[in-house]
Design a binder for this molecule. Structure first.
Ligand code: BES
Ligand code: ZN
Length: 386
Protein backbone atom coordinates (compact mmCIF):
# COMPACT_ATOMS: atom_id res chain seq x y z
CA UNK A 1 0.00 0.00 0.00
CA UNK A 2 2.77 2.35 0.98
CA UNK A 3 4.55 1.37 -2.17
CA UNK A 4 1.55 2.15 -4.30
CA UNK A 5 1.05 5.49 -2.60
CA UNK A 6 4.60 6.60 -3.16
CA UNK A 7 4.42 5.41 -6.74
CA UNK A 8 1.34 7.54 -7.27
CA UNK A 9 2.98 10.50 -5.58
CA UNK A 10 6.04 10.13 -7.71
CA UNK A 11 4.18 9.84 -10.95
CA UNK A 12 1.96 12.78 -10.04
CA UNK A 13 5.04 14.85 -9.35
CA UNK A 14 6.56 13.73 -12.63
CA UNK A 15 3.46 14.66 -14.57
CA UNK A 16 3.32 17.95 -12.80
CA UNK A 17 6.88 18.66 -13.81
CA UNK A 18 6.41 17.60 -17.42
CA UNK A 19 2.97 19.02 -18.04
CA UNK A 20 2.31 22.71 -18.49
CA UNK A 21 1.05 24.43 -15.37
CA UNK A 22 -2.57 25.69 -15.31
CA UNK A 23 -1.50 29.18 -16.26
CA UNK A 24 0.71 27.84 -19.03
CA UNK A 25 -2.21 25.83 -20.32
CA UNK A 26 -4.44 28.87 -20.04
CA UNK A 27 -2.07 31.15 -21.89
CA UNK A 28 -1.25 28.46 -24.45
CA UNK A 29 -4.96 27.99 -25.03
CA UNK A 30 -5.35 31.71 -25.40
CA UNK A 31 -2.49 31.81 -27.84
CA UNK A 32 -3.73 28.95 -30.02
CA UNK A 33 -7.18 30.43 -29.93
CA UNK A 34 -5.81 33.75 -30.91
CA UNK A 35 -3.82 32.29 -33.80
CA UNK A 36 -6.86 30.48 -35.15
CA UNK A 37 -8.92 33.57 -34.57
CA UNK A 38 -6.45 35.92 -36.22
CA UNK A 39 -6.21 33.74 -39.29
CA UNK A 40 -9.83 34.21 -40.16
CA UNK A 41 -10.02 37.87 -39.22
CA UNK A 42 -10.96 39.74 -42.35
CA UNK A 43 -11.41 43.40 -43.21
CA UNK A 44 -14.89 44.08 -44.51
CA UNK A 45 -16.81 47.05 -45.84
CA UNK A 46 -20.58 47.39 -45.57
CA UNK A 47 -21.13 50.84 -47.06
CA UNK A 48 -19.34 53.65 -48.87
CA UNK A 49 -19.95 55.95 -45.91
CA UNK A 50 -18.59 53.67 -43.20
CA UNK A 51 -14.93 52.82 -42.61
CA UNK A 52 -13.96 49.18 -43.17
CA UNK A 53 -13.68 47.08 -39.99
CA UNK A 54 -12.17 43.76 -38.89
CA UNK A 55 -14.43 40.76 -38.36
CA UNK A 56 -14.25 37.15 -37.21
CA UNK A 57 -15.75 34.31 -39.22
CA UNK A 58 -18.62 34.13 -36.72
CA UNK A 59 -19.34 37.83 -37.19
CA UNK A 60 -19.38 37.45 -40.96
CA UNK A 61 -21.78 34.53 -40.66
CA UNK A 62 -24.03 36.75 -38.55
CA UNK A 63 -23.95 39.36 -41.30
CA UNK A 64 -24.99 36.74 -43.86
CA UNK A 65 -27.86 35.59 -41.62
CA UNK A 66 -28.98 39.18 -41.05
CA UNK A 67 -28.74 40.22 -44.70
CA UNK A 68 -25.93 42.67 -44.08
CA UNK A 69 -24.07 42.75 -47.39
CA UNK A 70 -20.35 43.16 -47.23
CA UNK A 71 -17.27 43.15 -49.39
CA UNK A 72 -14.26 41.36 -47.92
CA UNK A 73 -11.52 43.79 -48.97
CA UNK A 74 -8.62 42.23 -47.02
CA UNK A 75 -6.72 41.16 -50.12
CA UNK A 76 -8.17 43.69 -52.55
CA UNK A 77 -7.49 47.02 -50.90
CA UNK A 78 -6.20 48.54 -54.10
CA UNK A 79 -9.23 47.60 -56.22
CA UNK A 80 -10.24 50.78 -58.05
CA UNK A 81 -7.08 52.71 -57.20
CA UNK A 82 -5.31 52.25 -60.53
CA UNK A 83 -3.21 55.32 -61.32
CA UNK A 84 -4.49 55.38 -64.85
CA UNK A 85 -8.24 55.82 -64.54
CA UNK A 86 -9.69 53.84 -67.37
CA UNK A 87 -12.61 56.10 -68.12
CA UNK A 88 -15.92 54.83 -69.37
CA UNK A 89 -16.49 54.39 -73.08
CA UNK A 90 -19.61 55.58 -74.91
CA UNK A 91 -22.31 52.94 -75.27
CA UNK A 92 -24.88 52.33 -77.99
CA UNK A 93 -28.34 53.69 -77.22
CA UNK A 94 -30.47 51.15 -79.03
CA UNK A 95 -30.72 47.51 -80.04
CA UNK A 96 -29.75 47.02 -83.68
CA UNK A 97 -29.08 43.29 -84.05
CA UNK A 98 -32.59 41.84 -83.68
CA UNK A 99 -32.14 39.42 -86.57
CA UNK A 100 -28.88 37.98 -85.26
CA UNK A 101 -30.17 37.69 -81.70
CA UNK A 102 -33.30 35.90 -82.93
CA UNK A 103 -31.16 33.14 -84.44
CA UNK A 104 -29.44 32.50 -81.12
CA UNK A 105 -32.67 32.77 -79.13
CA UNK A 106 -34.02 29.88 -81.22
CA UNK A 107 -31.28 27.70 -79.74
CA UNK A 108 -32.23 28.32 -76.10
CA UNK A 109 -33.67 25.27 -74.39
CA UNK A 110 -35.41 25.13 -71.01
CA UNK A 111 -34.94 21.32 -71.01
CA UNK A 112 -31.20 21.80 -71.24
CA UNK A 113 -31.24 24.26 -68.38
CA UNK A 114 -33.23 21.86 -66.24
CA UNK A 115 -30.77 19.02 -66.83
CA UNK A 116 -27.78 21.23 -66.05
CA UNK A 117 -29.32 22.79 -62.94
CA UNK A 118 -30.42 19.42 -61.59
CA UNK A 119 -26.86 18.15 -61.80
CA UNK A 120 -25.32 21.39 -60.50
CA UNK A 121 -27.56 21.34 -57.41
CA UNK A 122 -26.75 17.71 -56.62
CA UNK A 123 -23.38 18.58 -55.06
CA UNK A 124 -23.99 18.70 -51.31
CA UNK A 125 -22.73 22.27 -51.22
CA UNK A 126 -20.79 24.52 -53.58
CA UNK A 127 -19.27 26.36 -50.64
CA UNK A 128 -16.06 27.95 -51.91
CA UNK A 129 -13.78 26.24 -49.36
CA UNK A 130 -15.36 22.79 -49.67
CA UNK A 131 -14.28 19.70 -51.56
CA UNK A 132 -17.70 19.49 -53.24
CA UNK A 133 -17.39 23.16 -54.22
CA UNK A 134 -14.19 22.19 -55.99
CA UNK A 135 -15.92 19.18 -57.60
CA UNK A 136 -18.81 21.35 -58.83
CA UNK A 137 -16.34 23.81 -60.38
CA UNK A 138 -14.60 20.96 -62.20
CA UNK A 139 -17.96 19.69 -63.46
CA UNK A 140 -18.90 23.17 -64.71
CA UNK A 141 -15.50 23.59 -66.34
CA UNK A 142 -15.99 20.31 -68.20
CA UNK A 143 -19.43 21.30 -69.52
CA UNK A 144 -17.96 24.48 -70.96
CA UNK A 145 -14.84 22.90 -72.42
CA UNK A 146 -16.88 20.06 -73.97
CA UNK A 147 -19.07 22.65 -75.73
CA UNK A 148 -15.97 24.34 -77.10
CA UNK A 149 -14.43 21.06 -78.23
CA UNK A 150 -17.60 19.82 -79.90
CA UNK A 151 -18.00 22.83 -82.15
CA UNK A 152 -16.74 22.78 -85.70
CA UNK A 153 -17.48 26.48 -86.14
CA UNK A 154 -14.43 28.58 -86.77
CA UNK A 155 -14.92 30.79 -83.78
CA UNK A 156 -11.94 31.40 -81.58
CA UNK A 157 -13.09 30.35 -78.11
CA UNK A 158 -10.98 29.62 -75.04
CA UNK A 159 -11.52 28.67 -71.42
CA UNK A 160 -9.34 29.11 -68.36
CA UNK A 161 -9.37 28.50 -64.65
CA UNK A 162 -8.74 31.52 -62.47
CA UNK A 163 -7.18 30.08 -59.32
CA UNK A 164 -7.67 31.48 -55.84
CA UNK A 165 -6.04 30.81 -52.45
CA UNK A 166 -9.07 28.61 -51.64
CA UNK A 167 -10.30 25.40 -53.26
CA UNK A 168 -12.91 26.50 -55.78
CA UNK A 169 -11.57 28.31 -58.83
CA UNK A 170 -13.39 30.87 -60.96
CA UNK A 171 -13.93 30.13 -64.68
CA UNK A 172 -13.47 32.45 -67.66
CA UNK A 173 -14.58 31.50 -71.19
CA UNK A 174 -13.89 33.91 -74.01
CA UNK A 175 -14.97 34.49 -77.62
CA UNK A 176 -12.18 36.37 -79.37
CA UNK A 177 -13.31 39.42 -81.37
CA UNK A 178 -12.77 39.87 -85.09
CA UNK A 179 -11.61 43.42 -84.63
CA UNK A 180 -8.02 43.42 -83.37
CA UNK A 181 -8.19 47.05 -82.21
CA UNK A 182 -10.97 46.13 -79.75
CA UNK A 183 -9.20 43.14 -78.25
CA UNK A 184 -8.52 44.92 -74.96
CA UNK A 185 -12.12 45.97 -74.48
CA UNK A 186 -14.24 42.91 -73.67
CA UNK A 187 -17.87 42.59 -72.71
CA UNK A 188 -18.48 40.40 -69.64
CA UNK A 189 -21.49 38.27 -68.72
CA UNK A 190 -21.16 36.95 -65.15
CA UNK A 191 -22.75 34.71 -62.52
CA UNK A 192 -21.50 33.11 -59.30
CA UNK A 193 -21.03 29.37 -58.97
CA UNK A 194 -20.66 29.06 -55.19
CA UNK A 195 -23.50 28.43 -52.75
CA UNK A 196 -23.81 28.62 -48.98
CA UNK A 197 -25.95 27.23 -46.19
CA UNK A 198 -26.03 30.09 -43.70
CA UNK A 199 -26.66 27.77 -40.73
CA UNK A 200 -23.87 25.29 -41.47
CA UNK A 201 -21.58 26.76 -44.12
CA UNK A 202 -18.97 23.99 -44.13
CA UNK A 203 -21.24 20.96 -44.32
CA UNK A 204 -24.87 22.04 -44.57
CA UNK A 205 -26.73 21.02 -47.71
CA UNK A 206 -26.78 24.00 -50.02
CA UNK A 207 -28.26 23.25 -53.43
CA UNK A 208 -28.22 26.95 -54.34
CA UNK A 209 -30.66 26.33 -57.18
CA UNK A 210 -31.69 29.96 -57.40
CA UNK A 211 -28.63 31.48 -55.70
CA UNK A 212 -26.88 31.22 -58.02
CA UNK A 213 -27.32 27.94 -59.88
CA UNK A 214 -29.95 29.79 -61.91
CA UNK A 215 -27.57 32.51 -63.10
CA UNK A 216 -24.79 29.98 -63.67
CA UNK A 217 -27.01 27.83 -65.88
CA UNK A 218 -28.66 30.82 -67.60
CA UNK A 219 -25.32 32.05 -68.89
CA UNK A 220 -24.14 28.49 -69.62
CA UNK A 221 -27.15 28.09 -71.92
CA UNK A 222 -26.43 31.46 -73.55
CA UNK A 223 -22.84 30.38 -74.06
CA UNK A 224 -24.03 27.10 -75.61
CA UNK A 225 -26.39 28.90 -78.00
CA UNK A 226 -23.58 31.21 -79.12
CA UNK A 227 -21.02 28.43 -79.54
CA UNK A 228 -23.44 26.30 -81.57
CA UNK A 229 -24.34 29.13 -83.89
CA UNK A 230 -20.79 30.21 -84.63
CA UNK A 231 -20.87 33.54 -82.78
CA UNK A 232 -18.07 35.77 -83.99
CA UNK A 233 -18.28 39.20 -82.30
CA UNK A 234 -16.22 42.29 -83.10
CA UNK A 235 -14.86 42.64 -79.58
CA UNK A 236 -14.16 39.86 -77.07
CA UNK A 237 -17.14 38.49 -75.19
CA UNK A 238 -16.36 36.75 -71.91
CA UNK A 239 -18.42 34.53 -69.64
CA UNK A 240 -17.36 34.49 -65.98
CA UNK A 241 -18.41 32.05 -63.27
CA UNK A 242 -17.10 33.43 -60.00
CA UNK A 243 -16.17 31.58 -56.87
CA UNK A 244 -16.73 32.91 -53.31
CA UNK A 245 -19.36 35.54 -54.02
CA UNK A 246 -21.06 34.50 -50.79
CA UNK A 247 -17.89 35.23 -48.83
CA UNK A 248 -17.82 38.93 -49.68
CA UNK A 249 -17.39 38.93 -53.49
CA UNK A 250 -13.90 37.42 -53.22
CA UNK A 251 -13.69 35.72 -56.62
CA UNK A 252 -14.99 38.64 -58.68
CA UNK A 253 -12.77 41.10 -56.79
CA UNK A 254 -9.74 38.97 -57.63
CA UNK A 255 -10.68 38.84 -61.32
CA UNK A 256 -11.60 42.54 -61.52
CA UNK A 257 -8.37 43.47 -59.74
CA UNK A 258 -6.30 41.46 -62.19
CA UNK A 259 -8.07 43.15 -65.15
CA UNK A 260 -7.55 46.56 -63.63
CA UNK A 261 -3.84 45.85 -63.04
CA UNK A 262 -3.40 44.65 -66.61
CA UNK A 263 -5.17 47.76 -67.89
CA UNK A 264 -8.01 45.82 -69.51
CA UNK A 265 -10.60 48.32 -70.69
CA UNK A 266 -13.84 46.40 -70.02
CA UNK A 267 -16.72 47.98 -71.97
CA UNK A 268 -19.53 46.59 -69.83
CA UNK A 269 -20.37 43.83 -67.37
CA UNK A 270 -23.75 42.30 -66.49
CA UNK A 271 -24.33 40.04 -63.50
CA UNK A 272 -26.89 37.20 -63.47
CA UNK A 273 -27.59 36.33 -59.85
CA UNK A 274 -31.00 34.75 -59.15
CA UNK A 275 -33.00 34.37 -62.34
CA UNK A 276 -35.20 31.39 -61.49
CA UNK A 277 -37.87 32.27 -58.94
CA UNK A 278 -41.16 33.98 -59.76
CA UNK A 279 -42.44 35.84 -56.72
CA UNK A 280 -45.97 35.96 -55.41
CA UNK A 281 -46.45 39.70 -54.84
CA UNK A 282 -46.04 41.02 -58.37
CA UNK A 283 -46.57 39.74 -61.89
CA UNK A 284 -43.59 38.01 -63.49
CA UNK A 285 -41.02 40.65 -64.44
CA UNK A 286 -37.36 41.48 -64.83
CA UNK A 287 -35.95 43.18 -61.76
CA UNK A 288 -33.52 45.77 -63.06
CA UNK A 289 -31.27 46.87 -60.23
CA UNK A 290 -30.80 50.64 -60.14
CA UNK A 291 -28.54 51.14 -57.12
CA UNK A 292 -24.74 50.68 -57.21
CA UNK A 293 -24.79 50.20 -60.98
CA UNK A 294 -23.82 52.25 -64.01
CA UNK A 295 -26.88 54.33 -64.96
CA UNK A 296 -26.23 54.50 -68.68
CA UNK A 297 -25.57 50.78 -68.97
CA UNK A 298 -28.67 50.05 -66.88
CA UNK A 299 -30.73 52.20 -69.25
CA UNK A 300 -29.38 50.13 -72.13
CA UNK A 301 -30.16 46.87 -70.29
CA UNK A 302 -33.73 48.11 -69.97
CA UNK A 303 -33.80 48.62 -73.76
CA UNK A 304 -32.47 45.07 -74.30
CA UNK A 305 -35.05 43.66 -71.86
CA UNK A 306 -37.88 45.38 -73.77
CA UNK A 307 -36.48 44.30 -77.11
CA UNK A 308 -35.62 40.69 -76.36
CA UNK A 309 -37.77 39.74 -73.37
CA UNK A 310 -41.48 39.00 -73.11
CA UNK A 311 -42.08 40.28 -69.58
CA UNK A 312 -42.20 43.79 -68.08
CA UNK A 313 -39.34 45.54 -66.33
CA UNK A 314 -39.44 46.66 -62.69
CA UNK A 315 -36.85 48.91 -61.17
CA UNK A 316 -35.55 47.59 -57.89
CA UNK A 317 -32.70 48.01 -55.42
CA UNK A 318 -30.40 45.37 -53.97
CA UNK A 319 -28.12 47.38 -51.66
CA UNK A 320 -24.37 47.74 -51.22
CA UNK A 321 -22.16 44.85 -52.43
CA UNK A 322 -25.17 42.71 -53.25
CA UNK A 323 -23.42 40.68 -55.95
CA UNK A 324 -20.39 40.51 -58.24
CA UNK A 325 -21.27 43.50 -60.45
CA UNK A 326 -20.16 45.58 -57.43
CA UNK A 327 -16.56 44.38 -57.82
CA UNK A 328 -16.50 45.66 -61.41
CA UNK A 329 -18.09 48.95 -60.42
CA UNK A 330 -15.45 49.37 -57.72
CA UNK A 331 -12.69 48.69 -60.26
CA UNK A 332 -14.05 51.61 -62.29
CA UNK A 333 -15.94 49.73 -65.01
CA UNK A 334 -19.54 49.93 -66.12
CA UNK A 335 -21.67 47.19 -64.60
CA UNK A 336 -25.35 46.29 -64.41
CA UNK A 337 -27.50 43.73 -62.62
CA UNK A 338 -30.77 42.01 -63.50
CA UNK A 339 -32.60 39.89 -60.89
CA UNK A 340 -35.66 37.64 -60.89
CA UNK A 341 -38.14 40.38 -59.95
CA UNK A 342 -38.62 43.00 -57.30
CA UNK A 343 -36.02 42.53 -54.55
CA UNK A 344 -38.84 42.29 -51.97
CA UNK A 345 -40.41 39.48 -53.99
CA UNK A 346 -37.26 37.38 -54.45
CA UNK A 347 -36.81 33.79 -53.32
CA UNK A 348 -37.26 33.26 -49.57
CA UNK A 349 -35.29 30.00 -49.74
CA UNK A 350 -31.79 31.23 -50.52
CA UNK A 351 -28.86 30.26 -48.29
CA UNK A 352 -30.82 27.26 -46.94
CA UNK A 353 -31.23 23.60 -47.86
CA UNK A 354 -34.58 24.51 -49.44
CA UNK A 355 -33.11 26.48 -52.32
CA UNK A 356 -33.72 23.58 -54.71
CA UNK A 357 -35.02 23.06 -58.26
CA UNK A 358 -38.61 22.57 -57.08
CA UNK A 359 -38.88 26.36 -56.71
CA UNK A 360 -37.35 27.15 -60.08
CA UNK A 361 -39.28 28.32 -63.13
CA UNK A 362 -37.26 27.50 -66.24
CA UNK A 363 -39.31 29.73 -68.52
CA UNK A 364 -38.40 32.60 -66.23
CA UNK A 365 -34.73 31.68 -66.54
CA UNK A 366 -35.15 31.68 -70.31
CA UNK A 367 -36.22 35.33 -70.16
CA UNK A 368 -32.87 36.11 -68.55
CA UNK A 369 -31.07 34.02 -71.13
CA UNK A 370 -32.69 36.18 -73.83
CA UNK A 371 -31.58 39.33 -72.04
CA UNK A 372 -28.01 38.07 -71.60
CA UNK A 373 -27.96 37.01 -75.26
CA UNK A 374 -29.10 40.46 -76.33
CA UNK A 375 -26.39 41.98 -74.13
CA UNK A 376 -23.62 39.73 -75.47
CA UNK A 377 -24.57 40.11 -79.13
CA UNK A 378 -25.41 43.82 -79.17
CA UNK A 379 -22.35 44.88 -77.19
CA UNK A 380 -20.08 42.23 -78.69
CA UNK A 381 -20.78 43.62 -82.15
CA UNK A 382 -20.58 47.23 -81.01
CA UNK A 383 -17.59 48.93 -82.57
CA UNK A 384 -17.84 52.20 -80.67
CA UNK A 385 -15.43 54.92 -81.52
CA UNK A 386 -12.28 53.49 -82.99
N1 BES B 1 -27.92 36.35 -54.66
C1 BES B 1 -27.63 37.12 -53.52
C2 BES B 1 -28.04 38.57 -53.71
C3 BES B 1 -29.53 38.72 -54.02
C4 BES B 1 -30.45 38.58 -53.01
C5 BES B 1 -29.94 39.02 -55.31
C6 BES B 1 -31.80 38.70 -53.31
C7 BES B 1 -31.29 39.15 -55.59
C8 BES B 1 -32.23 39.00 -54.59
C9 BES B 1 -26.16 37.05 -53.20
O1 BES B 1 -25.59 35.81 -53.48
C10 BES B 1 -25.97 37.26 -51.74
O2 BES B 1 -26.37 36.44 -50.97
N2 BES B 1 -25.40 38.36 -51.36
C11 BES B 1 -25.15 38.63 -49.98
C12 BES B 1 -23.97 39.53 -49.84
C13 BES B 1 -22.68 38.77 -49.92
C14 BES B 1 -21.55 39.71 -50.22
C15 BES B 1 -22.41 38.05 -48.63
C16 BES B 1 -26.39 39.26 -49.42
O3 BES B 1 -27.22 39.82 -50.18
O4 BES B 1 -26.58 39.19 -48.19
ZN1 ZN C 1 -26.33 34.46 -51.91
Amino acid sequence: MVKLQSFLMLSLAATALAAPSWWEQWSLGKKTNRVAHDEDRRLVQTSDQKAPFWTSEAERLDMLRNNVNYMDITDYMDLGTSLKPLGKKPLPKTAVHQNKVARYVDQLSTANMEIALTKFTSFNTRYYKSETGFESAKWLYKQISDLIEETDAESDISIRKFDHPWKQFSIIARFEGKNESLSNSPVIVGAHQDSVNMWLPQWGRSPGADDDGSGTVTILEVFRALVNTGFRPNRPVEFHWYSAEEAGLLGSQAVAQSYEKKGVDVLAMIQNDMTGYVGTKFAESYGIVVDYVDDELTELVRVFARTYGDIPVRETKCGYACSDHASWAKAGYRSAFAIEGDFSDSSPYIHTSNDDVSHINFNHMKQFAKLALGFAVELGHFKGEI
